[in-house]
Each structure stands twice: as C-alpha cells, then as structure tokens.
Design a binder for this molecule. Structure first.
Ligand SMILES: N[C@@H](CCC(=O)N[C@@H](CS)C(=O)NCC(=O)O)C(=O)O
Length: 311
C-alpha cells in the first residue's frame, strides 16, 4: 500500500480509551476474576447479551452443562447507547436486582469502577457482587465449578487436551475472536491491514486443520476451543465481513470451517442460542463511528441447518 493509505486517520475511534497512539484497538482487561464459587443451586446469576460473542460462550456452556435450573440468567437489550448495556423491559429485564443498567451491578461490586461495563457477568446473589466478568473464566467455572449440579458427562476442558486447547485458544483469541475487533475498530489503515491479514492467515490454518479432524483439539467431542471459535464464526458473514471489513474471504468460502460451524450449530440445544436478529441489531446500531447511517443489512441468506457432512 502507498504511504498515504498507511497513515493513521484522524477519525474518532469507536473506543477512545482503548485506542492506542497508533490507532489500534486495545481491549481492556476484565476487572473481576474470582474463580471460586460455592456449588449451590439458585445462588448465581448470569448477565448476558445474545448479541455478544463473549457472552455467547457463557450461554452455550450453561446449556451444555445442564445448568439452566441452577443458574438464572437475564439478557440486556442488544442496542446500547452511551449509558451502556440496559434492561429496557420485556425480554430484557432483570428480575434478580431490578437494575435498569448493567453498570449498577458493577458499581454495587466496586463503587470506584470506571471502566467499560461488559458482558458476560456472573453475579453472586448472596454476596451481592460480581464474581467474574471474563468469559474465558466463566466457561471454566461453568464447566467444573458446579460439582454434581452440572451434567459432568460433558467436559469442555478435558485434562488430557489442556495444553493443546490452551495453544489453540491463544492463537484464536488474538487473531480471530479479538482479531475481528482489532481490524474493525482501528483508525489506522496499516493496523487494519495487519490485523485483517493475520485473521485470514489463522482462518486458513484452521481450515487445513479441520480437513483432518472434526474438532479443533484431537478428541472426538467438542471442547471449549471449538465453542470459543464458534461464537465468532457464526457472526462472521452476517457482521464481520461488512461491519469490520474482514472481507478477504467469507465463512462460506471455507468448506471445512463452514461445515464445522453448521456441525456445532446443529448440536443439541445450540441453534436457539444463536439470535442473529439481536446480533445484527447490536453491531449495526451500536457503533455509529463505523456505521454512521445505522442501517442493518438485509443479508446474507445463510442456511445453518444444511447437512454438515462431518463426523
Ligand atoms: N474480555 C471480556 C470482553 C467482553 C466484552 O468486551 N463484551 C462486549 C460485548 S461483545 C461488551 O460488553 N462491551 C461493552 C462496551 O463496549 O461498552 C470477556 O471475554 O468477557
């Protein structure tokens, strides 16, 4: 690219506090990282958004681990304004604390909290505080923290596969899960190109890996590594290709990755955790810096139910 196209733009970044001097998006660290919980039914509550890929991990784990009667859940409105995630009524209410905004949960837990209020959140009803707001931790807590209240025939983080899962997660987090955001939110042409190429390099690598095995790690059942990738892939063609300009290839151009996504989508209980209307409303209406006219695209027309032919 020529020199004019690689300079940092003067555009207003979507997240000014998380934008480096070079225009790159630098995701904030999660503030609440407690990982010990008391396995009790009815004590914990999940705050999520169906729109958010990080919260989607928690929704999936709660379902797969059979914890829906053990951990209650409320959902924020997918469309956010400058006041952050809100409970606007109807399906977006908080019966546990009656909060109007998720920020109230953060301030109840730490009155001095002044960073970005994010989902997912695990809330302890007994202590009236946030236990954890990092989706990677939340996945592990749901997988193994609830003892025999959970369905332990499902193990998303089997001991023997941990080194492999950790290595896959590292690359997938940096270049795919967070990679799409780094490409989408940067105000620098150079950073955009670097992040977008790194993303597609990893997708190419994953495509090749999935030519020889059904799942990312070498076992014969899906693990957290698969679900962490899934929540990004299921949003890819509807959102990231256009909204975040990750358009070198589409998911449907990768036979193995597209089959893998359909395979997971068609797993028991997963399809109705994917709410594309909320996903699209969230991204296209919530980031006016990158979609100023706030129109929601009509497509693409994707068939996640098409036979996946894997396994
Ligand atoms: N590291 C966090 C990131 C969570 C996150 O950034 N969630 C987004 C939604 S996709 C959010 O809540 N953003 C709120 C905001 O930007 O104000 C995790 O994995 O749990």
């Amino acid at each position: 690219m020529g020199s004019t196209s690689t300079s940092t733009s003067t555009a207003t970044p979507a997240f000014s506090r998380e934008t480096g001097d070079d225009g790159s998006f630098q995701r904030q660290d999660s503030a609440f990282r407690d990982t010990t919980i008391v396995p009790e039914a009815g004590r914990y509550h999940l705050y999520v958004s169906y729109a958010c890929p990080w919260a989607h991990r928690a929704i999936i784990a709660r379902r797969l681990k059979g914890l829906e009667d053990v951990i209650s859940m409320s959902v924020v409105d997918p469309v956010r304004d400058e006041r952050g995630w809100a409970f606007t009524g109807g399906e977006f209410t908080d019966p546990v604390n009656g909060f109007g905004f998720l920020s109230e949960a953060y301030h109840a837990s730490d009155p001095s909290f002044d960073a970005r209020v994010t989902v997912p959140v695990i809330w302890d009803k007994e202590e009236g505080r946030i236990v954890n707001n990092e989706s990677g931790d939340v996945l592990r807590i749901l997988n193994s923290g609830f003892s025999d209240l959970a369905d332990n025939t499902v193990d998303l983080y089997p001991e023997i596969l941990r080194p492999e899962i950790n290595a896959i997660n590292r690359r997938v987090y940096d270049t795919v899960n967070n990679g799409v955001y780094k490409a989408g939110f940067t105000t620098s042409q150079e950073t955009y190109e670097r992040e977008a190429y790194a993303l597609f390099e990893t997708l190419d690598w994953l495509e090749e890996r999935l030519a020889h095995q059904r799942y990312l790690a070498s076992g014969d059942v899906p693990t957290e590594a698969d679900w962490r990738l899934f929540t990004t892939l299921v949003r890819f063609d509807s959102v990231y290709v256009t909204h975040f300009k990750c358009n070198l290839r589409r998911l449907v151009d990768y036979p193995n990755l597209w089959g893998f996504t359909r395979d997971l989508y068609q797993s028991h209980g997963i399809a109705d955790t994917v709410k594309l209307d909320q996903i699209k409303a969230h991204y296209f209406l919530t980031h006016p810096q990158i979609n100023g006219n706030r129109l929601i695209p009509i497509g693409p027309d994707l068939d996640f139910e098409e036979p996946h032919g894997r396994g």
